[in-house]
Structure formats: C-alpha cells, structure tokens
Design a protein around this ligand. Structure first.
Ligand SMILES: [Zn+2]
Length: 371
C-alpha cells in the first residue's frame, strides 16, 4: 500500500479520539513492516499514552526496522508522558511518515529533527490537509492562542429564526438537532448568551443517547458551558446550572458570592475585560484557549452570534436551513446592522449536505486564515 493509504488508516484511528482527547490533539499511529500492519494506536485522553506508544506496544520487538505512520509530528518534550520521538528511536523504527507538523512551540520541528538525528528516515506532510482539518482547533490554539470558533445557526429558507414577537419553535427536524449534538460533543466549550438562557432556558449539555456518540464515558466529556452575561442577569435556578458539567459565567462585573454549583461540576465566575460595555469576546476566547479549549461552539441568539461574526472571530458557520418560509417580518439570523454593500462579509461553501429534511451548510470566511 502507498503512504497515503496507511496514513488514511492512521487518520481513521485518530478520529476515534474526536470527543475525548482535548486539550490534546487527536492522533493516530500505525506501524507497518513488509507491507503488514503490526501495530496501531490512538490517543484517547490527556494524561494517557500517546498514539505512538499504543502502537509500539502492540508491535513489540517487530517494530525494529518498521515504518511508523503518525498523523502529527511525534512529541519531543516531556509532557505528562515521556517523548514519543525517544520511544520510536528506542524501538528501532527505521522510517517515520508524518502527516503534519506540531504547532506546539515545545515540539514544532524538534520531533522530526530528533528522529533524523538518530538516523531515522522522515517523510513529512503525507495527507497534511486531512490531518490539519482534524486538529484545526489544537493547531490554531498553539499558533495563535485562540480556539477554533464555530457558530451554529438554524434558519428558515428565508434566513429567519423566529417571529418578530419572539414566538418561536423548532424550525429544523430531529435529525438536524441530533447532528448538533456531535458538534457540541467535539467542542471543548459551548458558548451562549444570557438572553438565550432567559428565553429558552437550555441545558446545553451533550446527550449521547440523542446522537452518534459512543456512550463509553472514556470516549467523550461534557464541554464547558459558557454564558456571556455582561450585567449578571443569569437566574441561578436556570437549567444550565442543574445539569452535569462545568459552567463559566463571564461578565464584566466582579464575581457574586453564590454557593450555587452545577451538578457534578463547578461554577467559575470570570470578570471579563469590557468592550463598549459588553464582555470583550476576543478576551473571552483567549481565556478559553488558556484553559485548553481547542474548539468552541457558539449556540446563541442573533445578537451574540452577530457580535462574534462582526468581530471577525468566526472560523466556521454551521447553518441548518429548513424548507419553510417565516416571512419578511420574522427575526433575522444574525444582528449585523450593515448599511453599505462594502460591509458585506463573504463566505465560501466548505461542505453542503442534506440532514433529514434540512440542508446543512458549513461555511468559512473568504478572508479567514487557511488551516
Ligand atoms: Zn507523544
């Protein structure tokens, strides 16, 4: 098989960690000798063995002279576990094929350098695009100190979300709502605004039974739920605080004394820098990145989602569109008070598919950074 075929196998393994590896990247590894697979592994959870270690253990002594395919440059530093570059060298691996370099400044190039210095042949950038997509959040956080920001939206065919009166109900079908669970589960944090809490009182948790997520508790975790609430209007009896998992309450005010804690989780209050009287969203994202958040999902009303978009902070829109018309008086998708054509924000289609009876668009900004 070609390098690409083996790397595709390693990427499949890396995908198994989609919901569980954060703050670490999703990484897979296969070890091949005489065109036979002799070891495979993937990183499951932070603190646990890296993909290479699982694969080397399986290969045992046969690893000597073999080729290792890794979806991310092997680590060269002592983190919570010893460096994988050393383990590959000690096992007598002859060749390492990597999909993408690690943007972590503690690794960046040094993993490959260490292997080369030990006489191992290194081939880089095999299926690099696929590998970078899988860890877009981790790579962005390492390179820029910001998480990958995805905004989830649902609208009618005419781009509306609710009646002008505020009257609303589910527009999209059950399949689209189940699909949202997968985006939520792969995210380190889910961000909403206090207005959504006051209107809809959402739980914002992952419900594996409603999605494709394996229910094994080692394979997923509840994302941090973040409420943007400049003026501390969050009602402490809200559902958000009655569900499992941690909650971050971001406001521009000093923390309030409260002994209200989420079920099986912690309530952290964070006093954010203020920007025009609101929580500074860039500062919020930096704060989340510092806490190890690779991917965040914004699930909010038109105002907060519009503010993220208008500030140029969004990497991806996930828009579910239902084949229904809510009419010209209904509420718009995003609050973006533009007056001139030159203010328009151009996006391009990254993926378009039907989910149940709705269409799901994934869009990326034309002027966004390339992955
Ligand atoms: Zn490692």
């Amino acid at each position: 098989m070609t390098h690409e075929r083996w790397m595709a196998k390693a990427l499949q393994l890396a995908h198994l960690g989609l919901y569980s590896t954060s703050p670490n990247p999703r990484v897979g590894c296969v070890i091949v000798k005489d065109n036979q697979l002799i070891g495979q592994g993937w990183h499951q959870q932070a603190g646990g063995p890296h993909a290479e270690i699982h694969a080397l253990r399986q290969a045992g002594d046969s690893a000597r002279g073999a080729t290792a395919y890794v979806t991310l440059e092997p680590c060269s530093h002592h983190g919570r576990t010893p460096p994988c570059a050393d383990a590959l060298i000690d096992a007598g691996i002859a060749r390492v094929v990597g999909a993408c370099g690690d943007a972590n400044p503690q690794v960046a190039g040094q993993g490959y350098d260490k292997l080369r210095a030990a006489g191992i042949e290194v081939i880089e950038n095999v299926l690099q695009g696929e590998a970078r997509e899988l860890n877009a959040g981790f790579l962005k956080r390492m390179a820029r100190g910001l998480p990958w920001v995805r905004v989830k939206l649902a609208s009618s065919l005419d781009g509306r979300t609710a009646m002008a009166s505020g009257e609303s109900q589910w527009i999209t079908g059950a399949a689209a709502r189940a699909d949202v669970q997968n985006w939520r589960a792969r995210s380190c944090a889910v961000i909403t605004g206090v207005d959504s809490v006051l209107i809809d009182n959402p739980a914002m948790t992952v419900r594996p039974q409603d999605s494709h997520i394996e229910q094994d508790e080692h394979l997923w975790r509840q994302p941090l739920r973040v409420v943007v609430d400049s003026q501390q209007r969050l009602p402490l009896e809200c559902r958000l605080l009655q569900q499992p998992g941690d909650v971050l309450w971001a406001s521009t005010q000093a923390p309030l004394s409260t002994n209200r804690e989420p079920k099986l989780g912690k309530l952290q209050q964070w006093q954010a820098p203020s920007l025009n009287g609101h929580v500074d969203l860039t500062a919020l994202l930096k704060h989340l990145a510092q806490q190890g958040c690779n991917e965040v999902l914004v699930e909010s009303g038109a105002r907060l989602a519009g503010a993220f978009v208008n500030a140029g902070l969004v990497d991806e829109l996930v828009l579910y569109q239902a084949p229904t018309l809510l009419g010209s008086q209904a509420r718009p998708l995003l609050s973006l008070p533009f007056d001139h054509m030159q203010q328009q924000l151009r996006w391009h289609w990254h993926d378009v598919r039907q989910i149940g009876g709705d269409i799901r668009f994934i869009l990326r900004p034309d002027n966004g950074p390339s992955i």
